[in-house]
Design a protein around this ligand. Structure first.
Ligand SMILES: CC(C)(COP(=O)(O)OP(=O)(O)OC[C@H]1O[C@@H](n2cnc3c(N)ncnc32)[C@H](O)[C@@H]1OP(=O)(O)O)[C@@H](O)C(=O)NCCC(=O)NCCS
Length: 249
C-alpha cells in the first residue's frame, strides 16, 4: 500500500498537478458497434458515472497498491479527465463473485482513466486495470483501445503516456503487446528510478508512450487534428456543452 495517496505516481496515479484542466473536450462518441469494439463476454464499456464510485473504489483498492484519496475520485469528473468503466451486466450468481456491484445492476470489472495535459497534446493514462477474474480475455486490450480512441475523439492529443512499475511484468508485457514503447525522454529505456513511493519504499517505473497520430489517420482524421480548422472556440463550446456527459462505448 502507498504511504499516502499523493505519494504514488504514474499509471497508478499521476502527480503532475490537477489544476490545468482547461483541455477538456467532450464531443459525441461513436457507439461500440461503430468502433468495431462491440460488447463481448457480456462486458460493455461506458463513461464513469458518480453512482459508480463505490464500485470503482472497491475495484481500484483490489487492483493497485495505491490508496487513492477522495480528491482523486472527485477529479475524475473534472474537465480534462475521463474514465471508462467495463460493466459485466450478468456477473456469476453462484456466489463466486463478491463485490463491485453498480447502480442499475451488473459489476464494474475494468477501468481506464485518462487526464489530458494542459497543452492538449498528451493523454496521460492514470489507471488501467481488469478484475483478476476477468483477465486474459482481451478486456484490458479493449479498455486501452477504447480509451485511446476516446482520447482522439475528445482531444487533439498526439501522444499517450503512462508509467508502470518496473516489477509489474504482466502490465509491462501487456503494454508492449499493445504497441507502447519506452519513452527515452524520461530516462534510458524509459526507466525512472524511484518513481513510486509505496509504503515508504521507492520503486522504479518505466515511462511508456504511444503515438496517436496513426490511430487518428485510421479514424479518417485529416492531418492537423480533428478540430484544427475550428480553432479554440470549439474547445470552449465542447467543454461547456458536453462536460460530464455519459456515453456508452
Ligand atoms: C495488465 C492488465 C490490465 C491486463 O489485462 P488483461 O485483460 O488480462 O489483458 P488482455 O487479456 O487484454 O491481454 C492482452 C495481451 O497482453 C499481454 N498480457 C496480458 N497479461 C499478461 C501477463 N500476465 N503476462 C504476460 N503477458 C500478458 C498478452 O500479450 C495478452 O495477449 P494474449 O492473452 O493473447 O497472450 C491486468 O493484468 C491488470 O489489471 N493488472 C493489474 C492492474 C495493473 O497492473 N494495471 C497496469 C498498470 S496501471
Amino acid at each position: 500500500m502507498a504511504a499516502a495517496a499523493g505519494d504514488a505516481r504514474g499509471c497508478t496515479s499521476d502527480d503532475r498537478g490537477g489544476d490545468d484542466l482547461e483541455a477538456a473536450v467532450r464531443v459525441s462518441l461513436v457507439s461500440a458497434e461503430e468502433a468495431g469494439l462491440e460488447e463481448s463476454d457480456g462486458v460493455a464499456f461506458r463513461d464513469l458515472a458518480p453512482a459508480d464510485l463505490p464500485a470503482l473504489r472497491e475495484l481500484q483498492t483490489a487492483l493497485f497498491p495505491v490508496r487513492y484519496n477522495d480528491s482523486f475520485y472527485e477529479r475524475l469528473f473534472s474537465p480534462g479527465y475521463f474514465t471508462l468503466v467495463g460493466i459485466d451486466a450478468a456477473p456469476p450468481s453462484d456466489g463466486s463473485f463478491e463485490g463491485t456491484a453498480v447502480a442499475g445492476g451488473g459489476a464494474l470489472v475494468a477501468v481506464a482513466s485518462v487526464r489530458i495535459t494542459s497543452d492538449w497534446r498528451v493523454a496521460y493514462i492514470m489507471t488501467l486495470g481488469v478484475d483478476h477474474r476477468y483477465r486474459r480475455r482481451g478486456l484490458g486490450a479493449r479498455a486501452l483501445r477504447l480509451c485511446l480512441r476516446a482520447t482522439c475523439e475528445r482531444s487533439r492529443c498526439q501522444l499517450a503516456q503512462l508509467h508502470v512499475k518496473s516489477l509489474n511484468e504482466a502490465a509491462v508485457a501487456f503494454y508492449n503487446s499493445m504497441g507502447f514503447q519506452a519513452d527515452e525522454a524520461e530516462g534510458h529505456a524509459g526507466l525512472c528510478r524511484a518513481h513510486y513511493l509505496i509504503e515508504g519504499e521507492p520503486y522504479d517505473a518505466f515511462a511508456l508512450k504511444y503515438d496517436l497520430r496513426p490511430l487518428r489517420r485510421d479514424l479518417g482524421e485529416e492531418e492537423g487534428g480533428p478540430y484544427s480548422h475550428y480553432g479554440s472556440s470549439l474547445y470552449s463550446w465542447a467543454q461547456s456543452t458536453c462536460e460530464g456527459g455519459c456515453a456508452i462505448l
